[in-house]
Ligand binder design. Sequence first.
Ligand code: SF4
Length: 290
Amino acid sequence: MKFCQYPHWLVKRFYNTREFNQVRLILRKFNLRTVCEEARCPNMSECFSKKRFTLLILGNKCTRNCRFCFVKKGKPILFYEEEVDNICQAVICLGIKHLVLTSVSRDDLPDKGAEHFARIIRRMKFLQPSVVVEALIPDFGSKEALIELVVKSGLDVLNHNIETVPRLYPQIRPDANYHTSLKVLKIAKKFGSLTKSGLILGLGEKKKEVKRVMNDLSKIGVDILTLGQYLRPGENSLEVKEYINPQTFSYYREIAEGIGFKYVLAGPFVRSSYLAEEIFTAIKDKFRSI
Ligand code: SF4
């Protein structure tokens, strides 16, 4: 199915503000990458204008081959200690209150990159304890010790995206496994983390399949759910099968809230790190009182 034009609800304003340019300058100065840029996120100008971004650590080449993602694939590189310090300095320099970290999948490393996440989080919390840190992690092969290491490093929110329905995994995430991803979230919950997961819709999933995934996530105690529209980031990426309208996103949100998620963000431009700071602020008191 080919689309020449986006539906009217997918028109996004461009924010060319002083903050947008400041964020870009500081990121370049400290040699940092964001998934916002690498994955061509449609919210980039809006998020940068609010001094929000999601840092991409452990290089910009992924060892997996997810067909919806625009991040480069191939043999990765490393730049460890320098990255830890550069991130902390950039965060302090920009006055960031809620830091979101993510990485490519590093299946080539014995610890899958978990220790590097933990090092950044420990250092950030040591230098600026008030900074909230959210980590959007790959599955780490669902190894309990690796997930524990990251959760216990001082992390505030553990995010791992389920991305799509089980039927579409072979086509969309051929190197991943639905049950492995569920296990990651279950383990993070066991170690007391606030947990978050998300799906990207419009890839051919059916409503009943989405509801099943929401039920599976709710059953293992996932706290926050994000639902957004897949937008084809490049020629070699999968085509969009359907543009989900805002009413359908509202329908999913109501169902998800009804089955017990503490916070649900659903809409065409929602991404797993979109409005992360607002979501955390909205639910932290509720979560801490449980
Ligand atoms: S929604 Fe997330 S990935 Fe997209 S620009 Fe904002 S922070 Fe970056």
